[in-house]
Design a protein around this ligand. Structure first.
Ligand code: TYM
Length: 516
């Protein structure tokens, strides 16, 4: 092949690969070139070292999606980990555009991973349902999108998110002043030309679409959720798990973050769970034979896999036995990589199927056996999501106490550290010392606040003081109780010393008076 021809072919391929939040299609070779995406988008690949650090600081074995390179790219995930190693926390933000009655298996990927992150790092989570986005892009009424948002929320909740620390909201219902303020600030920083460059808008795009990106960008800033994180934009950093198709929204967000006074959100991004018919793109919610839905029956799962799953195996038994399967294109193999947890078993299947010892029918049966119980369990959990449960997750009045408690250990530790320092100075009053500490941190914002490193408010100060002055805390972790007891003992010791000093002084004065 001449160099010219090779270049032409490369260009053709370049033209064809499309990855945007609304469109994903592979290059001419039928594959998504992820390396190229990383380069084009300017994100980084996740390496072994970063995975090790995550395992170490969370004391949790990495999720298979991470171990197997399915979540493969990131933006400043390393910085989130560094901060976490120092004791700081962060919040997670992810979402769903409710365009269909139920989720397909591809949608479960970011949600299952987010659930793992929430448990491993013990951090709060916000989930955005972009009913407005789907109204603007699809042939759907806003009321339909609102209903679908609730239906999809049931599937999301069925993934097992912690109800105490998870807030789910749909844009058309939640929009509050602080959210709108963020949107406006972001919108003002992005020109139409920039939006065209990032999202490919044209003269035919409706103006709702053009104005939408700030809606998805805004939850990257904690002050969109005053009931959870207070009103300070820097109260907490944000980490966003998603597939790489959502990257353009957050590239834009990161570009404007410092201009609106916030931190750039960090991202952890996955490959696509391929369509049943082959790895040419994302699964399509509108083509039922390209996807398995979380509502599918066991019979449907079996039938779809047997009829439609693209096989990289030989065309005949003989050919398969002789040459083995092409694992690079085989959909059952790729799907098992996502959902078969057992590493050893997966390795064995890969070896046997790749070498021809295993036949296509066999690997398809294994996949049916893995997916059927997974989907059935999901359906059972979903059936438990009543309206009451939904209301709990959507409750924007949830008491900040749960979030305060979430950060309690950190606060206690920080306080002890500070107190140790303060004890070498003149201060003999713990509460005064605490006030000084908070003043140093810039206690100006009017928020109850729970966030790490956040400026603390008067209210928070009062709560904290009351807690420190209590004889014995009635709630909290063991270590928090221990620390509180230590602090109390230190306070009592100081008070006794002070009383002894005062008594000695009084005795001295009395003696002097007597002598006089
Ligand atoms: P949506 O509804 O298209 O997708 C929801 C989430 O699923 C991911 N995803 C996939 N992941 C792996 N394989 C697939 N085949 C696949 N298809 C979809 C998406 O990347 C996404 O993470 N605009 C968004 C909703 C949204 C959002 C967010 C997503 C709002 N805020 C913050 C992520 C993070 C949307 O329509 O997603």
């Amino acid at each position: 092949m001449t160099t010219e021809r090779a270049e032409e072919e490369e260009e053709e391929k370049d033209e064809e690969q499309v990855v945007t939040p609304w469109d994903v299609s592979a290059g001419a070779d039928g594959k998504i070139d992820y390396q190229k995406l990383v380069k084009e988008f300017g994100c980084a690949e996740i390496d072994e070292r970063l995975i090790e650090r995550i395992e170490k600081c969370t004391k949790t074995k990495a999720h298979p999606f991470l171990r197997r390179g399915l979540f493969f790219a990131h933006r400043e995930l390393d910085e989130i980990v560094t901060a976490y190693e120092k004791g700081e926390k962060f919040y997670l933000y992810t979402g769903r555009g409710p365009s269909s009655e139920s989720l397909h298996l591809g949608h479960l990927v970011p949600f299952q991973f987010t659930k793992w992150l929430q448990d491993a790092f013990k951090v709060p989570l916000v989930i955005q349902l972009t009913d407005d986005e789907k109204f603007l892009w699809k042939d759907l009424q806003l009321e339909d999108c609102r209903r679908l948002a609730k239906e999809n929320a049931k599937d999301i909740i069925a993934c097992g998110f912690n109800p105490e620390t998870t807030f789910i909201f749909a844009d058309a219902s939640y929009m509050c002043p602080s959210f709108y303020t963020n949107m406006m600030k972001i919108a003002k920083c992005v020109t139409f030309n920039q939006a065209k460059g990032i999202f490919g808008f044209t003269g035919d795009s409706n103006i709702g679409q053009i104005g939408f990106p700030p809606v998805q960008a805004a939850p990257s800033f904690p002050d969109c959720f005053p009931h959870m994180f207070g009103m300070n934009k820097k109260s907490l950093k944000c980490l966003i798990p998603c597939a790489i198709d959502q990257d353009p929204y957050f590239r834009m967000t990161r570009d404007v973050a410092h201009r609106i006074g916030g931190y750039k959100p960090a991202l952890v991004e996955s490959r696509f769970f391929p369509a049943l018919k082959g790895e040419s793109g994302k699964m399509s919610a509108s083509d039922p034979t390209s996807a398995i839905y979380v509502t599918d029956t066991a019979k449907e799962i079996k039938s779809k896999i047997n009829k439609h799953a693209f096989s990289g195996g030989g065309a005949t038994v003989e050919e398969q036995r002789e040459k083995g399967a092409n694992l690079d294109v085989d959909v059952p193999w790729k799907w098992l990589n996502f959902f078969l947890e057992d590493d050893e078993k997966l390795k064995e299947i890969g070896e046997k199927y790749g070498s021809g010892e295993m036949l296509t029918g066999e690997i398809k049966q294994i996949l049916v056996d893995v997916l059927t119980p997974m989907v059935e369990q999901h359906q059972k959990r979903r059936a438990l999501v009543t309206d009451e449960v939904l209301d709990f997750y959507f409750n924007s009045q949830k008491k900040p106490k749960v979030f305060l408690d979430l950060f309690r250990e950190y606060e206690e530790r920080e306080f002890c550290k500070w107190e140790k320092k303060a004890s070498t100075s003149d201060s003999d009053d713990l509460c005064k010392a605490l006030e000084q500490k908070l003043q140093l941190e810039g206690a100006t914002e009017n928020e109850e606040g729970c966030a790490i490193g956040a400026p603390k408010s008067e209210d928070w100060l009062k709560i904290r003081k009351a807690r420190m002055q209590k004889d014995a805390p009635t709630e909290g972790s063991k270590s928090a109780l221990k620390k509180a007891a230590k602090i109390k003992a230190a306070a009592e010791k100081k008070a006794a010393e002070k009383a002894a000093k005062a008594a000695a002084k009084a005795a001295k004065e009395a003696a002097a008076n007597e002598a006089a």
